[in-house]
Design a binder for this molecule. Structure first.
Ligand code: ATP
Ligand code: MG
Length: 443
């Protein structure tokens, strides 16, 4: 028997005792059969929302989805989402069912689910597996429940969900499902960008994200059309064995799965096609592609409704991904101050990944340099050697008192901060007051 949380089993147990058919469904069944710990529990039942609420009146509940038949029940600290069995009919807009019809049969509820491995249930009589989900789990296959074209026609997000699921579990797509995914990806235009963004970020942050995007470039281009020209773009450069798109995807596969870093690696060379030039020897160059890529990334991520702070971080990383790296104390301090330590560490990780994803042997000296620079940044952070403007031992009032005025105040403070961060001045009040007086005196 799969290892379900006993609290989730208690929830369906109580429903059952009260005479309502009930089962655990979806991701938690799939993950338990894979011996993975489910990250949330969904139960489905013949009980109607009011009946669920009444039956669990002694437990904390929240009913955010109650209109759609969902009541979340807190059983000793575990939230279980309990949803009334339903049938869905008519998907005129490729997005949402036109209406949700409650049902009293588990089978109907399973039939509306997207993939066989998501369409299993665990009830009092054990596993309910009408579509061969268990066999597909064993074979590592993502397969539609029913006819793929019809299922994707109903809901245009499903092709992307299928790719995300395959990336997350390191599965492959069953053949008919895979070709229907290719046919239906363009229908994503009917889906809200927020939902696309959520699935896409999970896809690229998953262990199989690189493999899936190499196999389904249409998915990346559907979500980030700015990458379209990169597909198949020959770099005509001895350092690069891969086209621009494959190089970007492989770079993405080399960085830790934080969404901003993954997006930045995927987009880091998005400016290459438009900056391409050939020299007399026939070698390709992309002068200024880092700066050219920044507005393209910005536009793509704004459209995707990525939160502003993440978007700004990605754009910064794209724009700066050719920052010349030095193994020196002033270099580390200067760039911690200018970019922030976290962004700088991400930038070093991106530069490293970039070098590892060219299809040509990486240069050991370059990798060693990046590693030493990273160590320096971490050491400076540990020592607290790079204050921010707020922690500087002098402030605007001191600058005014020293005789500076207007924009010169901010400029002087930034200049002092830069020097402190580079280790050229101590963050010590008398020293910095002296410096301010010197700057005010025009010396
Ligand atoms: P995880 O929580 O790990 O993402 P999950 O399978 O629980 O995996 P959810 O998005 O939480 O994914 O969806 C719960 C279940 O609802 C799925 O397992 C699936 O059975 C069903 N489901 C979700 N989205 C769809 C959809 N667009 N079409 C059909 N069924 C869906
Ligand atoms: Mg879930």
């Amino acid at each position: 028997m799969p290892n379900f949380d006993p609290r989730a089993l208690a929830v369906i147990g109580r429903l059952h005792q009260a005479g309502f058919p009930a089962a655990l469904v979806g991701g938690c069944v799939r993950d338990s059969l894979l011996s993975r710990t489910p990250h949330d529990y969904d139960a489905a039942t013949a009980a109607r929302p009011e009946q669920i609420q009444a039956l669990f009146a002694d437990r904390p509940q929240h009913d955010a989805g109650v209109r759609f038949g969902t009541v979340a029940v807190d059983w000793d600290g575990l939230w279980v989402e309990v949803t009334t069995f339903r049938r869905e009919t008519g998907y005129a807009d490729h997005r949402r069912p036109d209406q949700v019809v409650f049902s009293s049969r588990l089978e109907e509820d399973l039939a509306r689910r997207d993939f066989t491995i998501n369409a299993m249930a665990w009830g009092p009589d054990g596993l309910v597996d009408r579509y061969g989900g268990r066999a597909d789990l064993e074979r590592g296959l993502v397969r539609c429940v029913g006819e793929p074209d019809r299922r994707f026609e109903e809901d245009a997000l499903r092709p992307l969900r299928g790719l995300r699921l395959a990336a997350q579990l390191n599965f492959t797509l069953e053949e008919a499902t895979a070709s229907a995914v290719r046919r239906h990806l363009p229908q994503l235009v009917h889906v809200a960008w927020e939902r696309i963004c959520a699935e896409f970020l999970r896809l690229i942050s998953s262990p199989g994200g690189e493999r899936i995007l190499l196999e389904f470039p249409q998915a990346a281009v559907q979500v980030l059309p700015e990458l379209g020209p990169a597909i198949g773009f020959d770099q005509r450069n001895p350092h690069h064995r891969f086209d621009v798109y494959s190089h970007c995807v492989r770079t993405m596969g080399q960085v830790l799965p934080s969404p901003a870093l993954r997006l930045a690696s995927l987009l880091h060379d998005v400016g290459k096609p438009e900056t391409f030039s050939l020299d007399e020897s026939g070698t390709g160059h992309f002068y200024g592609h880092d700066r050219a890529g920044a507005p393209l990334a910005d536009r793509a991520l704004e459209r995707l409704r990525l939160p502003r702070a993440d978007r700004e971080r990605v754009v910064l990383l794209v724009k700066r991904h050719h920052l010349p790296v030095e193994d020196s104390r002033p270099w580390a301090g200067r760039w911690i101050n200018r970019l922030g330590a976290e962004a700088l560490l991400q930038l070093l990780a991106l530069e490293r990944a970039d070098g590892l994803a060219c299809g040509t042997p990486p240069v050991p000296e370059r990798l060693a340099l990046l590693e030493r620079a990273e160590e320096r940044v971490r050491a400076l952070m540990q020592e607290g050697a790079c204050p921010t403007l707020r922690d500087l031992a002098v402030n605007g009032r001191d600058a005014l008192a020293a005789g500076l005025e207007g924009p010169a105040v901010g400029a002087a403070l930034r200049d002092l901060l830069d020097q402190v961060c580079q280790g050229m001045l101590p963050n010590d009040r008398p020293t910095l007051l002296n410096e301010l007086r010197r700057l005010a005196g025009g010396m």
